[in-house]
Design a protein around this ligand. Structure first.
Ligand SMILES: [Zn+2]
Length: 208
């Protein structure tokens, strides 16, 4: 992926100073502008870089004031505003949100497997003939410690969490698991995820 990024300059402060005089006309009327360079990604500010730069100009004669010590003094008066970190803040929020989602899915799986309900769908990773396959199991009934499940019609060559549009659960193919076995499968990573309260459009209600 090519990411368009570059550097731009933002004016972060502007004010008039009547305590210092112009080096040309001696008027006490200086216009001060403080700039800061920042890195952007697709023009959205990502991170400020370098140090503040200062432009001083006399309001009376328009001459620039080039006194370095004065520039340094003014440079210290401004800090990079938060918006120059916009993209960084967005990325942190995004990662936090993704992390929260993964964590929540993991917690949900533990809760759902510990207390199976009819309709729960398990995403199962199985090791067959030296390669992994994925398929779905759907809880058909829960009686005491035993969970009766239907197997999906299809097997998948890679990780899936959505049902293929022509997949369905095969009622004639029933399997039994104890709750303990399901828990062990989850711990071993054989159960990759659990779906509950899914929408009808997801297809997990298709039984044949
Ligand atoms: Zn002047």
């Amino acid at each position: 992926m090519i990411v368009f990024s570059g550097r731009k300059v933002a004016k972060i402060k502007e004010f008039t100073d009547h305590t210092q005089s112009c080096t040309s006309c001696k008027a006490f009327d200086l216009k001060v502008k403080v700039f800061r360079q920042y890195r952007h990604i697709y023009f959205i500010p990502f991170l400020p870089v370098g140090e503040n730069a200062v432009d001083i100009r006399c309001n009376v004669c328009q001459a620039p004031v080039l006194t370095e010590s004065l520039k340094k003094e003014y440079a210290k008066t401004a800090r990079a505003p938060v918006y120059l970190y916009s993209m960084l803040i967005l990325l942190v929020l995004l990662l936090t949100w993704i992390g929260y989602g993964i964590n929540k899915d993991g917690k949900d799986s533990i809760l759902f497997v510990a207390n199976p309900k009819v309709g729960d769908v398990y995403i199962v990773k199985d090791y067959q003939k030296a390669s992994s396959v994925w398929y779905f199991l759907r809880a058909a009934s829960v009686a005491g410690d035993t969970v009766l499940v239907y197997h999906s019609h299809l097997q998948y060559a890679g990780y899936v969490n959505t049902f293929n549009s022509d997949d369905y659960f095969v009622k004639s193919e029933q399997l039994y698991y104890t709750k303990k076995e399901l828990k062990q499968m989850l711990e071993k990573g054989e159960i990759n995820g659990v779906k509950r309260d899914y929408g009808d459009y997801e297809g997990f209600n298709r039984l044949k």
